[in-house]
Design a protein around this ligand. Structure first.
Ligand code: NAP
Length: 271
């Protein structure tokens, strides 16, 4: 159990024992010891990279963090950080059903679709992505990228509609990429990854006006080129810096920003 959860349990036990004795006692929480949850955040693909860092930052700020991983038993770092670690493969309907069942009745205030797949070579703009060229591209690379990056956020959102509607105003954030911007195409390659990010941007725009999601705010966010397994070592940004800005951006979102595409630093991006 994380220290934060332990203190909350300890505090509520103390409160209960006073009440049980029939005393009318007003107990004020010491703000530096017991912090009320800022809301519940669910982040997919949270066991490493940007998802792990974003989970860490939301948890440090008093949010109730649910991190998902394909193999929760191996998500050692995430378990240190998140309040709950749940299994989720975003390409599997069974897995999404299991997640919905595990979260039945629980509101979700912020849903971050972070899980992503670049292709068999991994690595943006490096020597490593050479096999994503037209000559080497395979059908399975394109379809796998679509299954994770484009269909994943749509079906995970679908599975969590009841939880999102339990929030006063849920925020649904798809971690997309500038590589999905159609008019910014200077080099070839990474077909599967890039078209799947373009597709998910389209889904964001559609979900942002979908009445099934109530008054939820739906946006796409590009995190910038980061040093992670996917981003590689040549990336200029660190997940700490990028996710700090993404967290602030998410916290400040209003309905006016819905259905739009944001860069991690708060600038608006074209589709
Ligand atoms: N890093 C960058 O420079 C960069 C730039 C632009 C956009 N992005 C986007 O930012 C997001 C996070 O990227 P990252 O750099 O942190 O990538 P990463 O280090 O490669 O991590 C990817 C995460 O996605 C999970 N994942 C992959 N397939 C999944 C599936 N079918 N179901 C559930 N989870 C799955 C992975 O889980 P496993 O550990 O089980 O594989 C891992 O947790 C992605 O959407 C990516 O496209 C990253």
């Amino acid at each position: 159990m994380k220290i934060k959860s332990f203190l909350i349990v300890l505090f509520s036990t103390t409160l209960f024992s006073f009440a049980a004795e029939g005393e009318s006692v007003e107990v004020k929480a010491a703000p530096d010891v017991v912090k009320e949850s800022q809301g519940t955040v669910l982040i997919t693909g949270a066991n490493r990279g940007l998802g792990l860092e974003l989970s860490r930052q939301f948890a440090a700020d008093g949010y109730h963090v649910i991190g998902t991983a394909r193999s929760p038993e191996k998500a050692i770092e995430l378990k240190e950080v998140a309040d709950e670690v749940l299994a989720l493969d975003v390409t599997s309907d069974e897995s999404i059903k299991g997640l919905s069942a595990a979260l039945k009745g629980q509101p979700i205030d912020i849903l971050v679709h972070n899980a992503g797949y670049f292709g068999p070579t991994q690595g943006l703009g490096s020597e490593r992505d050479k096999s994503s060229t037209l000559k080497a591209l395979t059908r399975s690379e394109v379809l796998d990228c679509f299954a994770v990056n484009a269909a994943g956020p749509i079906f995970v959102t679908q599975g969590l509609i009841p939880n999102l509607k339990k929030s006063k105003q849920a925020k649904i954030v798809v971690i997309s990429s500038r590589s999905g911007i159609i008019n910014q195409t200077r080099s070839a390659g990474a077909y599967g990854y890039r078209i799947s990010k373009t597709a998910v941007n389209r889904a964001v725009k559609i979900m942002s006006v979908d009445k099934a999601l109530g008054n939820s705010i739906v946006v796409a966010v590009a995190p910038g080129h980061n040093k992670t397994d996917m981003g590689g070592d040549r990336a200029k940004l660190t997940p700490e810096v990028s996710m700090q800005k993404v967290k602030s951006l998410i916290e400040g979102l209003t309905q006016k920003q819905a259905g739009r595409f944001w860069y991690y630093n708060g600038e608006e991006l074209p589709w």
